[in-house]
Design a protein around this ligand. Sequence first.
Ligand SMILES: Cc1cc2nc3c(=O)[nH]c(=O)nc-3n(C[C@H](O)[C@H](O)[C@H](O)COP(=O)(O)O)c2cc1C
Length: 208
Amino acid sequence: MRQVLCLTSSPRRDTSYSNLIAARVLKELRSLHPDSAVIIRDLAGQPLPHIDADFVTATRSVVGPRTKHQQALIEQSDILVDELVKADTIVIAAAMINFGIPSTLKAWIDYVVRPGHTFRYTEHGTKGLLGGRRAILILARGGIYSGGPLKNAEHDESYLRTVLNFVGITDIQTILVEGVGLGPEAAERAVDAAIRRARPVAGIVATA
Ligand SMILES: Cc1cc2nc3c(=O)[nH]c(=O)nc-3n(C[C@H](O)[C@H](O)[C@H](O)COP(=O)(O)O)c2cc1C
């Protein structure tokens, strides 16, 4: 059975384009594989606390968690890591916020990038442990960053690819919803183009 993990992170909630396209992609994945099990993590609705000294002690120190609070933090991290490890397809929907990803999504990343679980240290450097999985990025942006003068100000896709590559996920498809801030017609065009990409991208991921 296919296991899909879908992360949504837009602070715009019901008006979010990335959430809209994520729902469409999930629909396509379900139609290609009706027995798929899907977990949806609404990171904007139920944000994780930022990592802090207790988190670092719990997850990175030799002694491990020493207080109830630190134990709760590592348990939360374990749950999120477990969801990620069990998934064969990860759908990440992100609004561009100040040139990067929403901080709620960054917090999730901080909880799941864990030595010994999603990557490990070797004598030749680090090695990602999540090979064989696929990711679909759905990125909504007010401006245009795939080309033109803002190209170098793009820090959502490049960052997510870096992190996913770090944990071993290199099979990544992207659906852009770009230029939605450039007027209603531009927004409509961007959404239409993204909807058209949903089926083929789901197909690539589901059949690969
Ligand atoms: C707080 C905030 C910051 C934003 N920062 C940027 C930005 O840096 N660059 C950009 O192109 N659009 C920016 N936008 C516009 C969003 O990327 C755009 O509304 C996009 O549709 C958000 O994704 P969503 O529709 O999934 O919520 C910002 C929007 C908000 C609310």
